[in-house]
Design a protein around this ligand. Structure first.
Ligand code: HEC
Ligand code: HEC
Length: 202
């Protein structure tokens, strides 16, 4: 009964014809990332619905080449890293196109912080991620309004500690790592993510 209702409400927001069906070899992505890659907070697999093809491709290659996801202090990266290892280059490209085509409702806000303070912090982020948070392909900076807020928090902590972005081949991650140092502590991270939440559903 509940499932029938959930499917009905989803279809009322997104035309069914627009919702892509994963190729057989990509069905396993939905086991962790959810239907239409909507995200799963229990296993910390982020929402990927509508994510930029170029960004998904880079991350899958980074996981595959062990540039991301094998730092001792990155337990969730460890979950994802072996998943990308099995993908051929063609499947990486195919997965990126699939992720970009998926659609799901904007994720619920779960992070609580001081939005005004976060807005002040965000002025340093806007140069690369845009004033509206939707990213900049030329700079390699992803759209921050797509993933779940709890995932943004984990990534900012990871960049700050070096659990992400410290591999010598991770040139884009290194740039972000330097920027994460601008966030002095966990409060600053929560505040900036609380502000990024206000950019969703523009
Ligand atoms: C076993 C569970 C699991 C499976 C299966 C899985 N993932 Fe993931 N994935 C995760 C987790 C957990 C993370 C978060 C990693 C982190 O915190 O760094 C993640 C992260 C990612 C990211 C990084 C997103 C970002 O914003 O940087 C991409 C892209 C991704 N997964 C794509 C895929 C694709 C495509 C598939 C199928 C080929 C897949 N995943 C299968 C668990 C999984
Ligand atoms: C110099 C440009 C630059 C600045 C400034 C910058 N970023 Fe980034 N950011 C990047 C790049 C490039 C990436 C992609 C890294 C990669 O490919 O792994 C990124 C990735 C991220 C991610 C990971 C997204 C995901 O889906 O995994 C988050 C979160 C993030 N940035 C937040 C911020 C915040 C908050 C600020 C301000 C404090 C900021 N960034 C400032 C360039 C920048």
């Amino acid at each position: 009964m509940f499932l029938a209702f959930a499917v009905f409400s989803w279809a009322s927001v997104f035309a069914e014809d627009d919702l892509p069906v994963p190729a057989e070899e990509l069905v396993f992505c939905t086991v962790c990332h959810g239907v239409q890659l909507m995200g799963n907070s229990i296993i910390k697999a982020p929402r990927l619905s509508g994510m930029e093809t170029w960004y998904v491709e880079r991350q899958l290659k980074n996981f595959k080449n062990v540039v991301r996801g094998r730092h001792a202090e990155d337990p969730f990266g460890y979950e994802m890293q072996p998943m990308a290892e099995s993908l051929s280059d063609e499947q990486v490209a195919e997965a990126a196109v699939f992720a970009n085509a998926t659609r799901s409702p904007a994720p619920p806000a779960t992070v609580i912080g001081d939005i005004e303070k976060g807005k002040a912090h965000y002025s340093a982020c806007a140069a690369c991620h845009g004033v509206d948070g939707t990213g900049n392909e030329a700079l390699g900076s992803p759209d921050l309004t797509i993933p779940n807020d709890w995932y943004l928090v984990t990534q900012l902590m990871n960049f700050k500690s070096g659990a992400r972005g410290s591999h010598p081949s991770d040139t884009y991650g290194m740039q972000m790592r330097a920027s994460a140092q601008l966030l002095a502590d966990d409060d600053a991270i929560m505040n900036v993510v609380a502000y990024i939440n206000t950019l969703q559903n523009k």
